[in-house]
Design a protein around this ligand. Structure first.
Ligand code: NAP
Length: 438
């Protein structure tokens, strides 16, 4: 049998994900060599603290604090340190020295992706980041490779496990947001500072990556309209449930034509009502899923674990084998294209339905006035339900009105809500949420 060549792998970081990657590289070395056509030799692991306890028993001589020397002498570099620096500089150094890079660092890609992609192009090396979106779920390569002969029209993703866990808790137990967040923190699903998750920033970084690959155009974080889940109340969840919906934080990227006839892509993250029979509604707990609509393939759904050391390591290893195969075949080849040149559209151009909860005075003619206002704004009502409440102390009656609209332009919907708020018969607008999948 011919001797296989050896490719040197440098691993940066040995935390939750890095330790599992090192374990698989060592334990499955023979299987990986058979699949790759080259032996993947772990040349070293860069960490901060040489004496730290590791999740996996690994040879001590592999560890170093000199990441720079390590990356200059590698064919393949796996960056799993996280954060912006020194990860960014080390990735650039690795690529300038001819190494292909695999990373799971969505924060870095969101902040400075274009610099990294450009350097990869210039150096003729592959930069892969399957682990950066939806953990273990193979989603980026299917979009980039398997669907490269099709046209994607829409992507809907549950790409943040923490917020899905919180919303699922609220849905199944009736808990308020703060209690569900505390439970997520107790179980380790949410960090001590949960801002990036609950404000939607983490999902927005992933939405930018999904949109870029799906529409062959590089979208940045600034192109993503982002709204988190902190304003979603137990009452919103209960009302949605009663109407046959579930609330999910969705990352959405869809091709649209705006009112001036300009075609672009709406990239956004916001809490969204989904019919309970929609495939994404069945995604419970901290799981992730991405639902894709393509012109020829139709509807596709990818489901699995969005985080965790071992599941995420699976995605990293897949990227590593793919990059190593290309080196064996003699070059990085063409991976991602950016010839789409479609502009990002503002949130106003999005076409969606709204769920609106209103507290209104219980007077004759109120429903007709509200319906007329919607009609004046060109927004048609699909469902309107009224529940009457009587205050036991004052004996005053008020009515709770729940409206679901047909799909309309976001700008028209927003203007309708503003006009409704000004009506003298409205006590308050209790919730405004977008609806998809109807
Ligand atoms: P982690 O547990 O915090 O581990 C980080 C590792 O990097 C540690 O071993 C640390 O060394 C090392 N490190 C940090 N700064 C360093 C520096 N300046 N020089 C040398 N080494 C340094 O992180 P993780 O959870 O494995 O995540 C790694 C990356 O994968 C992140 O970009 C994350 O966003 C991404 N990711 C993680 C998950 C997940 O489920 N955890 C899922 C998807 C993507 P010491 O151990 O010596 O401190």
């Amino acid at each position: 049998m011919t001797e296989l060549r050896t490719l040197k792998v440098a691993l940066l970081g040995c935390g939750n994900v890095g330790a599992q990657v090192a374990r698989i590289l060592i334990d499955d070395a023979d299987a990986l060599a058979a699949r790759t056509g080259a032996r993947l030799e772990l040349g070293g692991i860069a960490v901060r603290n040489l004496d730290a306890e590791r999740d996996v028993d690994l040879p001590q001589e592999l560890f170093t604090t000199d990441a720079e020397t390590l990356v200059k002498d590698a064919d393949l570099v796996i960056e799993l340190m996280g954060g912006i620096e020194p990860a960014r500089t080390l990735i650039l150094t690795a690529m300038r020295h001819g190494a292909c890079v695999v990373t799971g660092n969505k924060a870095l890609l969101a902040q400075d992706g274009p610099t990294l992609y450009e350097e990869a192009d210039k150096a003729g090396v592959q930069l892969s980041y399957e682990a950066a979106v939806a953990g273990a779920i193979p989603i980026l390569r299917p979009i980039r490779d398997s669907l490269s002969g099709d046209r994607i029209t829409r992507v809907l993703g549950i790409v943040n496990g923490t917020t899905n866990f919180i919303l699922d808790q609220m849905d199944s137990t009736g808990a308020q947001f703060a209690d569900a967040l505390a439970e997520a923190q107790r179980l380790g699903y949410a960090e001590a500072d949960p801002t990036a998750d609950i404000e939607g920033y983490d999902a927005a970084a992933k939405a930018a990556i999904l949109a870029s690959l799906s529409f062959h155009t590089r979208f940045a974080l600034e192109d993503v309209s982002c709204e988190g889940i902190t304003a979603v109340s137990a009452a919103d969840i209960a009302a949605a449930k009663e109407a046959g919906f579930v609330i999910k934080l969705l990352a959405i990227a869809e091709k649209l034509t705006d009112e001036d006839g300009k075609t672009g892509v709406s990239v956004r993250v916001h809490p969204t009502l989904l019919p309970r029979e929609h495939p994404l509604a069945a995604v419970r707990g901290a799981f992730n899923a991405v639902f894709i609509e393509a012109e020829n393939a139709g509807e596709l759904m990818f489901y699995g674990q969005g985080a965790g050391g071992t599941p995420t390591a699976s995605a990293v290893l897949g990227d590593l084998v793919s990059a190593a195969r290309r080196i064996v075949l003699g070059g990085p080849g063409r991976t991602e294209t950016t010839t789409g040149h479609v502009p990002a559209l503002p949130i106003d151009a999005a076409i969606t339905s709204y769920y609106i909860g209103l507290d209104v005075a219980d007077q004759p003619g109120v429903l007709a006035r509200i319906a007329q206002l919607f009609a004046e704004h060109g927004v048609s009502i699909e469902i309107m339900r009224q529940t009457i409440h009587r205050d036991a102390d004052s004996n005053v009656e008020s009515a709770e009105l729940r409206i679901v609209t047909h799909r309309a332009r976001e700008a028209a919907l927003a203007a309708t809500v503003e006009a409704v708020k000004r009506l003298d018969v409205i006590n308050s607008v209790t919730s405004v949420l977008r609806v998809e999948g109807v």
